[in-house]
Design a protein around this ligand. Structure first.
Ligand code: MN3
Length: 208
């Protein structure tokens, strides 16, 4: 039987900018709550679930291991998604570009017709997500193409066989304090703070 247990500890990554950096698109109040309460909660609960999982594993208790999987999926997904999300965004005054360039731009044109058409399809899909979830642009390695996908709750995009290029959190905690019920305005505005140099890097790695 395995020795139990190396203490698991996933950590809240450092936010790459100040809470007010994304204003006026996302308020400092939303950022602080989103990062310090929501993301931190996923990290704490992921560590608890993983620890219980290791304990169950050390007892060969497969039933408990299976029962823990939804907590791992939810909190692990929340941790992955938010860690990714923070780096996709940047201060509107520090943006290097307003739209993608290079190979990502070429592939967007090929797979969606144009950047404005991608934006239109992405927004329509993401605004229409029922309840809480995420809208994503992902890369399909097998098909070598970009695809749009929406995920419920905190399911990471890997559950749909895609590698994330960028995504938008449309849980109400991400926008309600500022945009109230008008999710469409939030999704539209967030294009103004996308960090294209980071997204192009993600895309380059996804393709390898
Ligand atoms: Mn969130």
């Amino acid at each position: 039987m395995k020795e139990c247990c190396e203490k698991t500890s996933y950590k809240l990554p450092e936010l790459p900018y100040d809470f007010n950096a994304l204003e006026p698109v996302i308020s400092a109040e939303i950022m602080q709550l989103h990062y310090e309460k929501h993301h931190k909660g996923y990290v704490t609960n992921l560590n608890v679930a993983i620890e219980k999982y290791h304990e169950a594993e050390s007892r060969n208790d497969v039933a408990s291991m299976v029962a823990l999987q939804s907590a791992i999926k939810f909190n692990g997904g929340g941790h992955i998604n938010h860690s990714f999300f923070w780096t996709l965004l940047t201060s509107p005054s520090k943006r290097s570009a307003e739209m993608p360039k290079g190979e990502l731009a070429t592939m967007i044109d090929r797979d969606f017709g144009s950047f404005p058409l991608l934006k239109e399809k992405f927004n329509a899909m993401t605004v229409a997500i029922q309840g809480s979830g995420w809208g994503w642009l992902g890369y399909h390695r097998g098909m070598k193409r970009l695809e749009l996908a929406s995920c419920a709750n905190q399911d990471p995009l890997s559950t749909q066989g895609l590698i994330p290029v960028f995504g938008v959190d449309v849980w109400e905690h991400a926008y309600y304090l500022q945009y109230k019920n008008v999710r469409a305005d939030y999704v539209q505005a967030i294009w103004g703070i996308l960090n294209w140099s980071n997204i192009e890097e993600r895309f380059a790695k996804a393709k390898v």
